[in-house]
Design a protein around this ligand. Structure first.
Ligand code: SF4
Ligand code: SF4
Length: 151
């Protein structure tokens, strides 16, 4: 009988509406003011890739071992290098990273033995072209320069 009365008088509907209207109170409404204010992302967020450079001598930390490229399930990293005849080491020449195919799984940064490749908390990676999503070494080392909007 109680169930029947609830159905007749649409009690569930009004109960739901009450929940909705109760949460319309302005003190519960939260609007991100992006891009005026950059939102905080989670500490473990994996975003824009960065190829780290040594701050002491401005040289890349990458040793051209290619482990990141091998670890990537999408095969989107291409590491270019040449043998330095004096040091007998590999010198990094080019590094390309196709962000359009990246799923930000982090396997590449985990594979890097010298912490040269890192997925940062930057999330502003939009581009007007597909080519713009393929980041070269310079872009990876210095990062994107998103437009700063001011009100
Ligand atoms: S985050 Fe994953 S998909 Fe993206 S480059 Fe690294 S390994 Fe490849
Ligand atoms: S794994 Fe690290 S050191 Fe090796 S090529 Fe990739 S970024 Fe460079």
């Amino acid at each position: 009988m109680a169930n029947l009365l609830r159905k007749i008088f649409l009690a569930d509907l009004f109960q739901g509406l009450w929940v909705t209207f109760r949460n319309q109170n302005p003190k519960y409404i939260y609007t991100e003011q992006y891009p005026a204010e950059r939102p905080k992302v989670a500490e473990r967020y994996r975003g824009a890739p960065r190829l780290n450079i040594n701050p002491d001598n401005d040289e890349t930390l990458c040793i051209s071992c290619n482990l990141c490229a091998v670890a990537c399930p999408e095969n989107l990293i291409v590491v270019g290098w040449e043998r330095n005849e004096q040091t007998k080491r590999k010198d990094l020449t080019t590094f390309t990273y196709d962000t359009s195919r990246c799923m930000f799984c982090g396997l590449c940064e985990d594979a890097c033995p010298v912490d040269a490749l890192e997925l940062t908390q930057d999330f502003e990676m939009a581009s007007y072209t597909r080519d713009g999503q393929i980041w070269d070494r310079e872009m990876l080392e210095h990062g994107p320069a998103p437009k700063a909007y001011r009100s």
